[in-house]
Design a protein around this ligand. Sequence first.
Ligand SMILES: Cc1cc2nc3c(=O)[nH]c(=O)nc-3n(C[C@H](O)[C@H](O)[C@H](O)COP(=O)(O)OP(=O)(O)OC[C@H]3O[C@@H](n4cnc5c(N)ncnc54)[C@H](O)[C@@H]3O)c2cc1C
Length: 501
Amino acid sequence: MTAAETLSSKEGAKVEHFDVLIVGAGISGIGGAYHLTKQRPGTSFVVLEGLDSFGGTWWMHRYPGIRSDSDLHTFGYRFKPWTGVPIATADEILSYMGEVIEENDLAQYIRYNHRITSAKWSSEKNRWTIEATKKDTGETVHFTAGFLWMCQGYYRHSEGYTPEWPGMEDYQGQIIHPQTWPEDLDYSGKKVVVIGSGATTATLVPAIANDCEHVTVLQRSPTYFIPGRNRNDLAETLRELEVPEEWIHEIVRRQILQQGNVFTKRSFEEPEKVKSELLAGVRAHLPGDFDVETHFTPSYRPWRQRIAFVPDGDLFKGIAAGKASVVTDEIDRFTPAGIRTKSGEELEADIIVTATGFNLCVLGDIAFEIDGQPLDFAQTVGYRGMMFTGVPNMLWVFGYFRASWTLRADLLADFVCRLLAHMEAKGKKRVEVRLRPEDADMELKSWIDPENFNPGYLMRSMHLLPKRGDKPEWQHTQDYWREKDEIPAIDLDGPEFAYAP
Ligand SMILES: Cc1cc2nc3c(=O)[nH]c(=O)nc-3n(C[C@H](O)[C@H](O)[C@H](O)COP(=O)(O)OP(=O)(O)OC[C@H]3O[C@@H](n4cnc5c(N)ncnc54)[C@H](O)[C@@H]3O)c2cc1C
Protein backbone atom coordinates (compact mmCIF):
# COMPACT_ATOMS: atom_id res chain seq x y z
CA MET A 1 0.00 0.00 0.00
CA THR A 2 1.73 3.21 -1.03
CA ALA A 3 -0.88 5.93 -0.58
CA ALA A 4 -2.52 6.62 2.76
CA GLU A 5 -5.64 4.58 2.95
CA THR A 6 -8.54 5.19 5.20
CA LEU A 7 -9.97 2.05 6.74
CA SER A 8 -12.86 1.59 9.08
CA SER A 9 -12.46 0.18 12.56
CA LYS A 10 -15.02 -2.16 14.12
CA GLU A 11 -16.62 0.79 15.87
CA GLY A 12 -17.10 2.55 12.57
CA ALA A 13 -14.55 5.29 13.30
CA LYS A 14 -12.11 6.09 10.52
CA VAL A 15 -8.67 4.52 10.89
CA GLU A 16 -6.01 5.97 8.66
CA HIS A 17 -3.34 3.68 7.32
CA PHE A 18 0.20 4.72 6.45
CA ASP A 19 3.18 2.78 5.19
CA VAL A 20 5.30 4.38 7.91
CA LEU A 21 4.42 6.05 11.19
CA ILE A 22 7.09 8.24 12.76
CA VAL A 23 6.78 8.76 16.52
CA GLY A 24 7.93 12.24 17.55
CA ALA A 25 8.73 15.50 15.78
CA GLY A 26 12.10 16.15 17.41
CA ILE A 27 15.31 16.42 15.42
CA SER A 28 15.19 12.66 14.66
CA GLY A 29 11.55 12.56 13.54
CA ILE A 30 11.80 15.65 11.33
CA GLY A 31 14.98 14.21 9.82
CA GLY A 32 13.14 10.93 9.21
CA ALA A 33 10.33 12.77 7.43
CA TYR A 34 12.85 14.62 5.25
CA HIS A 35 14.69 11.45 4.24
CA LEU A 36 11.49 9.57 3.50
CA THR A 37 10.28 12.27 1.12
CA LYS A 38 13.65 12.37 -0.65
CA GLN A 39 14.62 8.71 -0.66
CA ARG A 40 11.19 7.05 -0.75
CA PRO A 41 8.86 9.39 -2.63
CA GLY A 42 5.43 7.80 -2.77
CA THR A 43 5.73 6.14 0.64
CA SER A 44 2.78 7.28 2.71
CA PHE A 45 3.69 8.39 6.21
CA VAL A 46 2.63 10.48 9.17
CA VAL A 47 4.56 11.98 12.09
CA LEU A 48 2.63 11.87 15.38
CA GLU A 49 3.83 14.29 18.04
CA GLY A 50 2.46 14.54 21.57
CA LEU A 51 3.43 18.20 22.01
CA ASP A 52 1.88 21.15 20.23
CA SER A 53 4.95 21.95 18.14
CA PHE A 54 8.11 20.43 16.68
CA GLY A 55 11.56 20.38 18.27
CA GLY A 56 11.23 17.79 21.07
CA THR A 57 14.08 18.50 23.49
CA TRP A 58 14.45 22.04 22.18
CA TRP A 59 10.76 22.85 22.42
CA MET A 60 10.32 21.34 25.85
CA HIS A 61 13.24 22.77 27.73
CA ARG A 62 12.66 26.41 28.66
CA TYR A 63 15.17 27.09 31.39
CA PRO A 64 17.30 30.22 31.04
CA GLY A 65 20.28 29.84 28.75
CA ILE A 66 19.15 26.51 27.24
CA ARG A 67 21.62 25.63 24.50
CA SER A 68 23.33 22.70 22.82
CA ASP A 69 26.39 21.17 24.40
CA SER A 70 27.77 19.90 21.12
CA ASP A 71 28.40 21.85 17.94
CA LEU A 72 25.58 22.43 15.47
CA HIS A 73 27.69 21.63 12.43
CA THR A 74 27.38 17.98 13.44
CA PHE A 75 24.20 18.26 15.52
CA GLY A 76 22.61 19.82 12.43
CA TYR A 77 21.52 17.54 9.62
CA ARG A 78 24.05 16.57 7.00
CA PHE A 79 21.72 17.98 4.33
CA LYS A 80 21.20 21.48 5.70
CA PRO A 81 24.16 23.76 6.37
CA TRP A 82 24.49 25.30 9.79
CA THR A 83 25.56 28.90 9.34
CA GLY A 84 25.65 30.12 12.95
CA VAL A 85 28.15 29.79 15.79
CA PRO A 86 28.86 26.19 16.85
CA ILE A 87 27.01 26.17 20.19
CA ALA A 88 23.42 27.23 19.61
CA THR A 89 20.46 28.25 21.73
CA ALA A 90 17.25 26.24 21.72
CA ASP A 91 15.58 29.04 19.74
CA GLU A 92 18.27 28.90 17.07
CA ILE A 93 17.90 25.13 16.81
CA LEU A 94 14.12 25.47 16.54
CA SER A 95 14.48 28.07 13.75
CA TYR A 96 16.80 25.72 11.89
CA MET A 97 14.34 22.86 12.22
CA GLY A 98 11.49 25.17 11.21
CA GLU A 99 13.38 26.00 8.02
CA VAL A 100 13.85 22.30 7.27
CA ILE A 101 10.09 21.80 7.65
CA GLU A 102 9.22 24.80 5.51
CA GLU A 103 11.80 24.32 2.77
CA ASN A 104 10.75 20.70 2.33
CA ASP A 105 7.03 21.15 2.84
CA LEU A 106 7.01 18.69 5.74
CA ALA A 107 4.24 20.34 7.82
CA GLN A 108 1.61 18.40 5.87
CA TYR A 109 2.88 15.14 7.38
CA ILE A 110 2.96 16.18 11.05
CA ARG A 111 0.04 15.84 13.48
CA TYR A 112 0.66 17.65 16.75
CA ASN A 113 -1.04 17.00 20.09
CA HIS A 114 -1.19 13.26 19.33
CA ARG A 115 0.17 11.36 22.33
CA ILE A 116 0.56 7.70 21.40
CA THR A 117 -0.52 5.37 24.18
CA SER A 118 -0.35 1.93 22.60
CA ALA A 119 1.08 0.12 19.60
CA LYS A 120 -0.09 -3.39 18.78
CA TRP A 121 1.42 -5.60 16.13
CA SER A 122 -0.72 -8.14 14.32
CA SER A 123 1.13 -10.89 12.46
CA GLU A 124 -2.10 -11.77 10.70
CA LYS A 125 -2.36 -8.31 9.17
CA ASN A 126 1.36 -7.52 9.23
CA ARG A 127 0.78 -4.08 10.60
CA TRP A 128 0.80 -1.97 13.72
CA THR A 129 -2.35 -0.47 15.21
CA ILE A 130 -1.55 2.72 17.04
CA GLU A 131 -3.78 4.39 19.57
CA ALA A 132 -3.25 8.05 20.37
CA THR A 133 -4.97 10.60 22.56
CA LYS A 134 -5.49 14.04 21.12
CA LYS A 135 -4.28 16.46 23.77
CA ASP A 136 -6.54 19.31 22.66
CA THR A 137 -9.84 17.37 22.50
CA GLY A 138 -9.18 14.28 24.63
CA GLU A 139 -10.37 12.18 21.69
CA THR A 140 -8.90 8.70 21.15
CA VAL A 141 -7.78 8.09 17.57
CA HIS A 142 -6.38 5.06 15.78
CA PHE A 143 -3.95 4.59 12.96
CA THR A 144 -2.45 1.57 11.30
CA ALA A 145 1.05 1.45 9.87
CA GLY A 146 3.33 -0.99 8.13
CA PHE A 147 6.46 0.27 9.87
CA LEU A 148 7.07 2.13 13.14
CA TRP A 149 9.95 4.56 13.20
CA MET A 150 10.55 5.39 16.84
CA CYS A 151 11.97 8.91 17.13
CA GLN A 152 10.69 9.53 20.63
CA GLY A 153 14.07 10.26 22.20
CA TYR A 154 15.16 8.59 25.40
CA TYR A 155 13.84 10.47 28.40
CA ARG A 156 10.43 11.21 29.86
CA HIS A 157 9.37 14.63 28.69
CA SER A 158 6.69 15.27 31.29
CA GLU A 159 9.02 15.41 34.29
CA GLY A 160 12.69 15.29 35.16
CA TYR A 161 14.42 13.17 37.78
CA THR A 162 14.43 14.59 41.30
CA PRO A 163 15.76 12.34 44.06
CA GLU A 164 13.97 12.27 47.42
CA TRP A 165 15.91 14.03 50.17
CA PRO A 166 14.94 14.17 53.83
CA GLY A 167 13.23 17.39 54.86
CA MET A 168 12.05 18.42 51.41
CA GLU A 169 8.57 18.98 52.79
CA ASP A 170 9.94 21.42 55.40
CA TYR A 171 11.66 23.62 52.88
CA GLN A 172 9.92 27.01 52.57
CA GLY A 173 11.24 28.08 49.18
CA GLN A 174 10.55 26.86 45.65
CA ILE A 175 11.95 23.61 44.23
CA ILE A 176 12.26 23.71 40.45
CA HIS A 177 13.41 21.08 37.96
CA PRO A 178 14.92 22.66 34.83
CA GLN A 179 12.80 20.42 32.61
CA THR A 180 9.63 22.04 33.95
CA TRP A 181 10.93 25.58 34.47
CA PRO A 182 8.01 27.98 35.13
CA GLU A 183 7.95 30.76 32.55
CA ASP A 184 7.30 33.40 35.23
CA LEU A 185 9.89 32.24 37.78
CA ASP A 186 11.38 35.35 39.34
CA TYR A 187 14.92 34.69 40.49
CA SER A 188 16.19 38.27 40.49
CA GLY A 189 17.92 39.21 43.71
CA LYS A 190 17.34 35.71 45.08
CA LYS A 191 19.67 33.15 46.58
CA VAL A 192 19.61 30.09 44.35
CA VAL A 193 21.14 26.68 44.92
CA VAL A 194 21.53 24.52 41.82
CA ILE A 195 21.95 20.83 42.65
CA GLY A 196 23.92 18.96 40.01
CA SER A 197 27.09 19.29 38.01
CA GLY A 198 26.17 18.43 34.43
CA ALA A 199 25.57 20.32 31.19
CA THR A 200 22.30 21.79 32.48
CA THR A 201 24.04 23.38 35.45
CA ALA A 202 26.81 24.68 33.19
CA THR A 203 24.19 26.33 30.99
CA LEU A 204 21.83 27.62 33.62
CA VAL A 205 24.29 29.13 36.08
CA PRO A 206 25.88 31.71 33.74
CA ALA A 207 22.43 32.61 32.42
CA ILE A 208 20.99 33.50 35.83
CA ALA A 209 24.05 34.43 37.94
CA ASN A 210 24.05 38.13 37.15
CA ASP A 211 20.40 38.57 38.14
CA CYS A 212 20.51 36.49 41.32
CA GLU A 213 21.94 37.61 44.61
CA HIS A 214 24.10 34.51 44.46
CA VAL A 215 24.06 31.08 42.84
CA THR A 216 25.58 28.10 44.61
CA VAL A 217 26.29 24.98 42.61
CA LEU A 218 25.95 22.03 44.96
CA GLN A 219 27.46 18.90 43.48
CA ARG A 220 28.14 15.48 44.90
CA SER A 221 31.00 15.01 42.47
CA PRO A 222 32.63 17.07 39.73
CA THR A 223 32.23 16.83 35.94
CA TYR A 224 34.57 17.44 33.02
CA PHE A 225 34.10 20.58 30.95
CA ILE A 226 35.78 21.92 27.83
CA PRO A 227 35.91 25.69 27.81
CA GLY A 228 36.54 27.26 24.44
CA ARG A 229 35.58 30.03 22.06
CA ASN A 230 32.14 29.70 20.52
CA ARG A 231 33.45 30.14 17.03
CA ASN A 232 34.80 27.88 14.31
CA ASP A 233 37.80 29.54 12.71
CA LEU A 234 37.81 27.26 9.68
CA ALA A 235 34.15 28.09 8.94
CA GLU A 236 34.89 31.80 9.26
CA THR A 237 37.89 31.59 6.95
CA LEU A 238 35.96 29.64 4.33
CA ARG A 239 33.15 32.18 4.58
CA GLU A 240 35.60 35.02 3.99
CA LEU A 241 36.73 33.13 0.87
CA GLU A 242 33.07 33.02 -0.23
CA VAL A 243 33.04 29.24 -0.29
CA PRO A 244 29.39 28.04 -0.63
CA GLU A 245 27.70 27.19 2.68
CA GLU A 246 27.08 23.58 1.56
CA TRP A 247 30.83 23.08 1.21
CA ILE A 248 31.60 24.85 4.46
CA HIS A 249 29.11 22.60 6.25
CA GLU A 250 30.71 19.44 4.87
CA ILE A 251 34.30 20.57 5.44
CA VAL A 252 33.68 21.79 8.99
CA ARG A 253 31.77 18.61 9.84
CA ARG A 254 34.74 16.56 8.68
CA GLN A 255 37.11 18.69 10.73
CA ILE A 256 34.99 18.42 13.89
CA LEU A 257 34.41 14.70 13.45
CA GLN A 258 38.09 14.05 12.88
CA GLN A 259 39.03 16.07 15.96
CA GLY A 260 36.31 14.30 17.96
CA ASN A 261 37.60 10.92 16.88
CA VAL A 262 41.14 11.74 17.93
CA PHE A 263 39.90 13.07 21.27
CA THR A 264 37.74 9.99 21.95
CA LYS A 265 40.59 7.61 21.10
CA ARG A 266 42.99 9.54 23.30
CA SER A 267 40.45 9.48 26.17
CA PHE A 268 40.68 5.70 26.14
CA GLU A 269 44.35 5.30 25.28
CA GLU A 270 45.85 8.00 27.51
CA PRO A 271 43.11 9.01 29.96
CA GLU A 272 45.45 10.62 32.48
CA LYS A 273 46.99 12.91 29.88
CA VAL A 274 43.58 13.92 28.55
CA LYS A 275 42.39 14.48 32.10
CA SER A 276 45.23 16.84 32.89
CA GLU A 277 44.64 18.77 29.64
CA LEU A 278 40.96 19.16 30.48
CA LEU A 279 41.75 20.34 33.99
CA ALA A 280 44.34 22.81 32.68
CA GLY A 281 41.62 24.23 30.39
CA VAL A 282 39.35 24.80 33.37
CA ARG A 283 42.14 26.17 35.57
CA ALA A 284 42.97 28.79 32.96
CA HIS A 285 39.51 30.33 33.45
CA LEU A 286 39.56 30.43 37.25
CA PRO A 287 41.44 32.51 39.82
CA GLY A 288 44.83 31.02 40.73
CA ASP A 289 43.73 30.07 44.26
CA PHE A 290 40.54 28.28 43.16
CA ASP A 291 40.32 24.71 44.41
CA VAL A 292 40.10 22.93 41.04
CA GLU A 293 41.17 19.67 42.68
CA THR A 294 38.01 19.52 44.80
CA HIS A 295 35.45 21.10 42.52
CA PHE A 296 36.41 20.30 38.93
CA THR A 297 38.42 17.07 39.10
CA PRO A 298 36.14 14.10 38.41
CA SER A 299 36.96 10.68 39.80
CA TYR A 300 36.03 8.93 36.54
CA ARG A 301 38.10 8.83 33.36
CA PRO A 302 37.22 11.32 30.57
CA TRP A 303 34.28 10.50 28.27
CA ARG A 304 32.51 8.00 30.59
CA GLN A 305 29.87 10.71 30.77
CA ARG A 306 29.10 13.46 28.27
CA ILE A 307 31.59 16.34 28.40
CA ALA A 308 29.93 19.71 28.08
CA PHE A 309 31.53 22.46 26.04
CA VAL A 310 31.47 25.76 27.95
CA PRO A 311 31.35 28.51 25.34
CA ASP A 312 33.71 31.36 26.13
CA GLY A 313 34.17 29.85 29.61
CA ASP A 314 30.98 31.61 30.75
CA LEU A 315 30.37 29.24 33.67
CA PHE A 316 33.79 30.07 35.10
CA LYS A 317 33.40 33.82 34.61
CA GLY A 318 30.48 33.84 37.07
CA ILE A 319 32.57 31.92 39.59
CA ALA A 320 35.58 34.17 39.11
CA ALA A 321 33.34 37.24 39.57
CA GLY A 322 31.97 35.88 42.85
CA LYS A 323 28.38 35.69 41.53
CA ALA A 324 28.48 31.91 41.65
CA SER A 325 30.28 29.43 43.86
CA VAL A 326 30.69 25.67 44.00
CA VAL A 327 30.17 23.37 46.98
CA THR A 328 31.24 19.76 46.53
CA ASP A 329 29.48 17.82 49.22
CA GLU A 330 26.52 15.53 49.82
CA ILE A 331 23.10 16.65 50.93
CA ASP A 332 22.25 15.71 54.49
CA ARG A 333 18.75 17.21 54.41
CA PHE A 334 16.63 20.09 53.28
CA THR A 335 15.89 22.62 56.02
CA PRO A 336 13.18 25.31 56.07
CA ALA A 337 15.79 27.82 54.82
CA GLY A 338 17.72 25.70 52.36
CA ILE A 339 20.06 22.72 52.48
CA ARG A 340 22.37 21.29 55.11
CA THR A 341 25.27 19.35 53.69
CA LYS A 342 26.81 16.25 55.22
CA SER A 343 29.82 18.26 56.34
CA GLY A 344 27.43 20.59 58.20
CA GLU A 345 27.39 23.59 55.87
CA GLU A 346 24.07 25.47 55.72
CA LEU A 347 23.22 26.73 52.23
CA GLU A 348 20.46 29.31 52.31
CA ALA A 349 18.19 29.32 49.28
CA ASP A 350 15.04 31.08 48.10
CA ILE A 351 14.98 28.71 45.13
CA ILE A 352 16.49 25.24 44.80
CA VAL A 353 16.98 24.00 41.26
CA THR A 354 17.30 20.24 40.94
CA ALA A 355 19.45 19.84 37.82
CA THR A 356 19.59 16.16 38.67
CA GLY A 357 18.87 14.67 35.28
CA PHE A 358 16.26 12.68 33.43
CA ASN A 359 14.09 9.69 33.83
CA LEU A 360 14.85 7.31 31.03
CA CYS A 361 11.72 6.56 29.08
CA VAL A 362 11.74 3.31 27.21
CA LEU A 363 10.03 3.79 23.87
CA GLY A 364 7.85 6.77 24.68
CA ASP A 365 5.82 5.16 27.49
CA ILE A 366 3.85 3.35 24.80
CA ALA A 367 2.27 0.01 25.74
CA PHE A 368 3.54 -2.37 23.08
CA GLU A 369 1.92 -5.68 22.20
CA ILE A 370 2.94 -8.32 19.72
CA ASP A 371 0.02 -10.55 18.71
CA GLY A 372 -1.83 -9.86 21.94
CA GLN A 373 1.18 -10.38 24.23
CA PRO A 374 2.61 -7.39 26.13
CA LEU A 375 6.13 -6.69 24.95
CA ASP A 376 8.87 -6.52 27.54
CA PHE A 377 11.80 -4.78 25.86
CA ALA A 378 14.17 -6.02 28.52
CA GLN A 379 13.64 -9.52 27.11
CA THR A 380 14.75 -8.54 23.62
CA VAL A 381 18.25 -8.25 22.18
CA GLY A 382 19.13 -5.04 20.36
CA TYR A 383 20.42 -5.25 16.80
CA ARG A 384 23.00 -2.45 16.52
CA GLY A 385 20.93 -0.55 19.04
CA MET A 386 18.17 0.07 16.52
CA MET A 387 16.00 -3.06 16.00
CA PHE A 388 14.98 -5.70 18.52
CA THR A 389 14.59 -9.45 18.36
CA GLY A 390 10.95 -10.48 18.21
CA VAL A 391 9.72 -6.98 17.31
CA PRO A 392 8.75 -6.77 13.65
CA ASN A 393 8.84 -3.66 11.49
CA MET A 394 10.20 -1.25 14.05
CA LEU A 395 13.36 0.82 14.47
CA TRP A 396 14.42 3.12 17.30
CA VAL A 397 16.68 6.10 16.75
CA PHE A 398 19.06 6.26 19.69
CA GLY A 399 21.97 8.56 18.87
CA TYR A 400 25.50 8.89 20.15
CA PHE A 401 26.74 9.98 23.54
CA ARG A 402 30.21 11.04 22.42
CA ALA A 403 29.21 12.54 19.11
CA SER A 404 26.15 14.47 18.00
CA TRP A 405 22.89 12.58 18.12
CA THR A 406 21.85 13.67 14.64
CA LEU A 407 24.80 11.93 12.98
CA ARG A 408 23.12 8.67 13.83
CA ALA A 409 19.63 9.94 13.05
CA ASP A 410 20.82 10.63 9.47
CA LEU A 411 22.58 7.24 9.23
CA LEU A 412 19.56 5.32 10.51
CA ALA A 413 17.23 7.24 8.20
CA ASP A 414 19.26 5.98 5.25
CA PHE A 415 19.02 2.50 6.72
CA VAL A 416 15.22 2.62 7.12
CA CYS A 417 14.78 3.87 3.56
CA ARG A 418 17.07 1.13 2.24
CA LEU A 419 15.26 -1.52 4.30
CA LEU A 420 11.85 -0.38 3.04
CA ALA A 421 13.09 -0.44 -0.56
CA HIS A 422 14.53 -3.91 0.00
CA MET A 423 11.25 -5.21 1.40
CA GLU A 424 9.36 -3.74 -1.51
CA ALA A 425 11.75 -5.33 -4.00
CA LYS A 426 11.38 -8.72 -2.27
CA GLY A 427 7.61 -8.37 -1.97
CA LYS A 428 7.83 -8.74 1.83
CA LYS A 429 5.67 -7.00 4.38
CA ARG A 430 7.46 -8.06 7.54
CA VAL A 431 11.03 -7.88 8.72
CA GLU A 432 12.41 -8.89 12.04
CA VAL A 433 15.89 -9.40 13.44
CA ARG A 434 16.78 -12.72 15.05
CA LEU A 435 19.80 -14.30 16.66
CA ARG A 436 21.80 -16.46 14.27
CA PRO A 437 22.88 -20.01 15.10
CA GLU A 438 26.34 -18.68 16.02
CA ASP A 439 24.69 -16.29 18.51
CA ALA A 440 22.88 -19.06 20.38
CA ASP A 441 25.26 -19.17 23.34
CA MET A 442 26.14 -15.51 23.27
CA GLU A 443 26.35 -13.96 26.71
CA LEU A 444 23.72 -11.25 27.08
CA LYS A 445 24.58 -8.16 29.07
CA SER A 446 23.15 -4.75 29.86
CA TRP A 447 22.31 -2.42 26.91
CA ILE A 448 25.33 -0.19 27.58
CA ASP A 449 28.57 -1.27 29.21
CA PRO A 450 28.76 0.78 32.44
CA GLU A 451 32.54 0.75 32.12
CA ASN A 452 32.14 2.54 28.82
CA PHE A 453 29.38 5.03 29.64
CA ASN A 454 27.53 5.50 32.89
CA PRO A 455 25.28 8.53 33.35
CA GLY A 456 22.73 8.29 36.16
CA TYR A 457 19.61 8.05 34.00
CA LEU A 458 21.01 4.98 32.24
CA MET A 459 22.28 3.36 35.42
CA ARG A 460 18.88 3.79 37.11
CA SER A 461 16.96 2.19 34.24
CA MET A 462 19.27 -0.30 32.58
CA HIS A 463 16.99 -3.17 33.67
CA LEU A 464 14.25 -1.80 31.38
CA LEU A 465 16.37 -1.73 28.25
CA PRO A 466 17.05 -4.45 25.66
CA LYS A 467 20.06 -6.69 26.07
CA ARG A 468 23.42 -6.43 24.39
CA GLY A 469 25.42 -9.30 22.95
CA ASP A 470 29.17 -9.71 22.59
CA LYS A 471 29.33 -9.08 18.83
CA PRO A 472 29.09 -5.66 17.16
CA GLU A 473 25.81 -6.65 15.43
CA TRP A 474 24.18 -6.97 18.85
CA GLN A 475 25.58 -3.81 20.38
CA HIS A 476 25.09 -0.09 20.16
CA THR A 477 28.80 0.49 19.76
CA GLN A 478 28.51 4.28 20.19
CA ASP A 479 31.18 4.48 17.53
CA TYR A 480 30.24 6.83 14.72
CA TRP A 481 33.48 6.14 12.87
CA ARG A 482 32.74 2.49 12.66
CA GLU A 483 29.02 2.84 11.98
CA LYS A 484 29.33 5.40 9.19
CA ASP A 485 30.84 2.62 7.07
CA GLU A 486 29.17 -0.43 8.62
CA ILE A 487 25.53 0.66 8.56
CA PRO A 488 25.38 1.52 4.83
CA ALA A 489 27.08 -1.82 4.10
CA ILE A 490 24.73 -4.03 6.15
CA ASP A 491 23.69 -7.06 4.09
CA LEU A 492 19.91 -6.94 4.33
CA ASP A 493 19.78 -10.57 3.26
CA GLY A 494 22.09 -11.59 6.08
CA PRO A 495 20.96 -14.37 8.43
CA GLU A 496 20.03 -11.87 11.16
CA PHE A 497 17.12 -10.58 9.03
CA ALA A 498 13.95 -12.65 8.72
CA TYR A 499 11.34 -11.58 6.21
CA ALA A 500 7.78 -12.74 5.67
CA PRO A 501 5.28 -11.91 2.90
C1 LIG B 1 19.03 20.06 27.53
C2 LIG B 1 19.55 19.08 26.56
C3 LIG B 1 20.61 19.41 25.73
C4 LIG B 1 21.09 18.47 24.82
N1 LIG B 1 22.12 18.83 24.01
C5 LIG B 1 22.59 17.96 23.10
C6 LIG B 1 23.65 18.31 22.22
O1 LIG B 1 24.16 19.41 22.26
N2 LIG B 1 24.09 17.39 21.35
C7 LIG B 1 23.56 16.15 21.28
O2 LIG B 1 23.99 15.35 20.47
N3 LIG B 1 22.53 15.78 22.09
C8 LIG B 1 22.05 16.65 22.99
N4 LIG B 1 21.02 16.29 23.81
C9 LIG B 1 20.40 14.99 23.67
C10 LIG B 1 19.13 15.27 22.83
O3 LIG B 1 18.00 14.90 23.52
C11 LIG B 1 19.21 14.65 21.49
O4 LIG B 1 20.40 14.97 20.88
C12 LIG B 1 18.12 15.02 20.50
O5 LIG B 1 17.58 16.31 20.62
C13 LIG B 1 17.07 14.00 20.62
O6 LIG B 1 16.23 14.19 19.53
P1 LIG B 1 15.06 13.20 19.25
O7 LIG B 1 14.26 13.78 18.15
O8 LIG B 1 15.60 11.83 19.02
O9 LIG B 1 14.25 13.14 20.62
P2 LIG B 1 13.52 14.31 21.42
O10 LIG B 1 14.13 15.62 21.20
O11 LIG B 1 13.42 13.80 22.81
O12 LIG B 1 12.09 14.35 20.74
C14 LIG B 1 11.21 13.27 20.84
C15 LIG B 1 9.82 13.74 20.51
O13 LIG B 1 8.95 12.61 20.57
C16 LIG B 1 7.76 12.96 21.21
N5 LIG B 1 7.19 11.78 21.83
C17 LIG B 1 7.75 10.98 22.78
N6 LIG B 1 6.90 10.01 23.14
C18 LIG B 1 5.77 10.20 22.42
C19 LIG B 1 4.51 9.53 22.36
N7 LIG B 1 4.25 8.46 23.14
N8 LIG B 1 3.57 10.00 21.49
C20 LIG B 1 3.83 11.08 20.70
N9 LIG B 1 4.99 11.76 20.73
C21 LIG B 1 5.95 11.32 21.58
C22 LIG B 1 8.19 13.99 22.24
O14 LIG B 1 7.10 14.81 22.61
C23 LIG B 1 9.28 14.74 21.50
O15 LIG B 1 8.80 15.87 20.82
C24 LIG B 1 20.52 17.19 24.74
C25 LIG B 1 19.47 16.86 25.59
C26 LIG B 1 18.99 17.78 26.50
C27 LIG B 1 17.85 17.41 27.37
